[in-house]
Design a protein around this ligand. Structure first.
Ligand code: COA
Length: 328
């Protein structure tokens, strides 16, 4: 018996033009290229221009994903946009993107799970497709974290960047047989939150509490400690749901927060570093955009090809974390 699957049929990305390298960071706060690279692997980050909003980045990434999938915006049933930095408190940034793309039917909404947002959005879209409620869903991760950073706090401002990535999901008939190379599409997703860890990573403002946007606050060491444990356990859970083993993975596309977290997780899972897609050196942490940006790069340069088993994972504020395994 066949099963309905959500196949990832196109990827797109967009990074703002302006690049701030570590040398320029060192002119802004008391830091050095050596400190940033040795602690995080980050060498530079992209930053949106004045007047360039999350929706602008999202539209560019979404247009590229549609072009890669050879699909018109008018054929899309839904947009799920993951962001923690919306253009406005409401309406959803996804509706701005919908209008800009010329999509005059269907529905669009935002998902807020910070750095795990893209995994959450994939899970939501996958459920719409497998439930038969949509045929084609655009899933976007787009952020302008530069707008919520405290640019005088060297412990956080060096870590983040702006950008957007997108994928098109399309309904596809799969065999449903675990390990079958023709069983293409999203095979499993797994989500978790633990709200007790609010104070370790949050923005200290918002419409209901302070009526200001607020700025990002983080206890980096604590986040780091939880990240490797949570990520490696959710990878195991996601694979088990799909009936797969670590050895079945062709590519890991992790959230790009910190090279040491990426390496630590890969080591714990006994995954060869050659299988791990890394962009954190050039993008820094772009929150919900980091996984689709890395996906677009690895698909664009021919590393990820049809039939590959791709494992995506992310963790961030909340804490919220999750995994998704797909056969390309
Ligand atoms: N430049 C230079 N020195 C810095 C610095 C910077 N940008 N930021 C912090 N420091 C200093 C600290 O003030 C501290 O100095 P002190 O010992 O005199 O107090 C020292 O460096 C060590 O700080 P510490 O916090 O112990 O560093 P660390 O090795 O834990 O690395 C992070 C800090 C933030 C890189 C690391 O904790 C981390 O990556 N955490 C995870 C963060 C993350 O990825 N979050 C997002 C998840 S979505």
């Amino acid at each position: 018996m066949t099963v309905r699957r959500a196949l990832i049929s196109g990827c797109g990305a967009y990074l703002p033009e302006r690049v701030i390298d570590n040398a320029e960071m060192a002119a802004l706060v008391d830091t050095t290229d050596e400190w940033i690279v040795s602690r995080t692997g980050i060498r530079q980050r992209h930053v949106a221009a004045e007047g360039e909003f999350t929706s602008h980045l999202a539209v560019k990434a979404a247009s590229a994903a549609l072009a890669a999938a050879d699909c018109q915006a008018t054929d899309v049933d839904a947009i799920v946009l993951a962001t923690a930095t919306p253009d406005e408190t409401f309406p959803a940034t996804a509706t701005v993107v919908q209008a800009e793309l010329g999509m005059v039917r269907g529905f669009a909404f935002d998902v807020q799970a910070v750095c795990s947002g893209f995994i959450y959005a994939l899970a939501v879209a996958d459920n719409f497709i497998t439930a038969g409620q949509a045929e084609r869903v655009l899933v976007i991760g787009a952020e302008t974290f530069s707008r919520i950073l405290d640019w005088s706090d060297r412990t956080t401002c060096v870590l983040f960047g702006d950008g957007a990535g997108a994928v098109l999901l399309e309904a596809n008939e799969g065999s449903g047989v675990s390990g079958d190379p023709s069983d293409r599409g999203i095979l499993a997703t797994q989500l978790h939150t633990d709200g007790r860890h609010h104070d370790m990573l949050y923005v200290d403002g918002g419409p209901s509490s302070t009526q200001t946007t607020g700025q990002l606050r983080m206890l980096g060491k604590e986040v780091f400690r939880h990240a490797v444990t949570n990520l490696s356990s959710v990878v195991g859970e996601t694979l088990a749901k799909a009936g797969l083993e670590t050895s079945d993975i062709d590519w890991v596309v992790p959230h790009q927060a910190n090279k040491r977290i990426i390496d630590g997780t890969a080591r714990k899972l006994k995954l060869a570093s050659e299988k791990v897609v890394v962009t954190v050196d050039r993008h820094a942490n772009t929150s919900a955009a980091s996984v689709p940006l890395a996906l677009a790069e690895a698909v664009g340069d021919g590393r990820i090809t049809a039939g590959d088993v791709v494992l995506m994972e992310a963790m961030g504020g909340g804490f919220a974390w999750g995994g998704c395994v797909a056969r390309w």
